[in-house]
Design a protein around this ligand. Structure first.
Ligand code: AMP
Ligand code: MG
Length: 397
């Protein structure tokens, strides 16, 4: 049996490389950029008026002039106008090009307009105010977002403004999520007294899809030959397999032996942790295999603790920074295992995070996942954990 840290290390040394593809830019949120986003023009591309008001030459204001004859209106979306007489002004709208001959804008709220004349009502006017000068945000040719960045709504805005209807991104891994067990029926079905509905594949698929990765669902019965047939094709068509169930010590837990028969090299089996001790991890030529135990809390914890960092690393993203909270209550745990305590994270009024244990009835208690919102990682080698001590946690919602 290996430690949580060893398991993590092994998993992170088996990330996969992913190809590139070109996709529709507005649909690229959550993907990894595979090109630089470069300013095609200055940002902003012209001296942009940033307030509705009047535009004039500051020198005339500085010389004491407060009333300016209005020559016309420079609206947004209209080519640049020119002041015919430099002592006059033009009305200007936010988003318009600053008229030629003007350098300063005073907003309507500070101007009295009567009989074609605008009279400035304030004394505090700065040269160039309310003008967003060309190129002051970014210069044409500058890299605004670098290749390798995760695309979020902020990057989408930049890609749109530089005119990119399509964008080159990393392909996402092809992921299969596989349930195992003869007691499981589909969610549309009414289970017999000895059956239950498949829940955790949907729970796992939902998480994986939330991380931007499409997932195909499969099911395996507790029958060795059938497992082998299905798994051999799934292995050919996917880059990551997430199995749940069939990896423990039961007589019908065939997954590890079948995987090895299918030439998936075992990298470890069993991690010194609760939940999730029977976790099996391996690699074939084309795919990595995360075979989690079937209990819903175990598989979900393992997905968050192991698969998600693997996915991030495979996408070339920096690891998440560890998050820490104060344990909210004394807690005892005797076995020599790392314990992933289910907790609810609270924002305490001292400005710190506190993790309140929401223990539930063990790893089969999937309803408890909706009462808690994180797993707090309590280290192996101790059995008493005191209120106020600080430990890392993984937030899952
Ligand atoms: P196993 O790891 O196959 O021994 O399963 C452990 C427990 O998890 C058993 O009680 C299973 O019925 C349950 N289980 C396994 N797979 C699922 C699933 N997809 N959805 C809900 N429960 C499951
Ligand atoms: Mg089973």
């Amino acid at each position: 049996m290996i430690s949580v840290e060893q398991a993590t290390q092994i998993i992170l040394s088996h990330t996969i490389g992913l190809g590139e593809e070109i996709i529709s830019m507005p649909e690229s949120t959550g993907r990894i950029l595979q090109e630089d986003l470069i300013a095609d023009r200055d940002f902003p591309p012209f001296h942009r008026v940033s307030m509705d008001g009047i535009a004039f030459q500051f020198d005339h204001f500085a010389a004491g002039n407060r009333s300016f004859k209005i020559e016309g209106l420079q609206a947004a979306g209209v080519p640049q106008m020119t002041l015919d007489n430099p002592i006059n002004c033009l009305e200007v709208m936010t988003g318009a090009v600053l008229p030629n001959g003007a350098d300063t804008v005073v907003r309507y709220e500070d101007v009295l307009i009567e009989n074609g004349m605008a009279t400035i009502q304030i004394e505090q006017v700065k040269e160039g105010q309310n003008v967003h000068k060309r190129g002051t945000d970014r210069a044409a040719g500058e890299i605004i977002v670098r290749r390798g960045n995760l695309i979020s709504p902020a990057e989408i805005g930049v890609a749109a403004t530089i005119g990119k209807p399509q964008v080159k991104v990393l392909k996402m891994p092809k992921v299969a999520i596989i349930s195992t067990g003869d007691e499981l029926v589909d969610i549309e079905e009414k289970p017999l007294p000895h059956q239950i509905r498949k829940s955790n594949v949907h729970n796992l698929a939902s998480a994986v899809r939330q991380w931007g990765v499409p997932a195909n669902l499969f099911h395996l019965p507790d029958e060795k030959q059938a497992i082998k047939e299905v798994l051999s094709t799934v292995l050919e068509n996917h880059e990551a397999l997430i199995l749940s169930g069939g990896v423990s010590a039961g007589k019908l837990d065939f997954i590890p032996v079948v995987l090895e028969e299918l030439k998936v090299e075992k990298l470890f089996h069993k991690v010194a942790q609760r939940p999730g001790k029977p976790f099996w991890f391996g690699k074939s030529e084309a795919a990595v295999v995360f075979a989690f135990p079937g209990n819903p809390v175990s598989s979900f914890m393992c997905l968050n603790r192991y698969f998600r960092p693997w996915l991030r690393a495979s996408l070339g993203l920096a690891p998440f920074e560890k998050k820490y909270a104060l344990l909210g209550k004394d807690f005892n745990f005797k076995p020599a295992l790392t314990y992933f305590l289910q907790v609810r994270i609270e924002f305490a009024d001292d400005g710190r995070l506190r993790a309140m244990p929401i223990e539930g009835k063990g790893s089969g208690d999937l309803a408890n996942l909706v009462d808690a919102d994180a797993f707090m990682e309590l280290p192996n080698g101790r059995d008493q954990f005191s209120e106020g001590e600080v430990f890392p946690f993984i937030l899952y919602r």
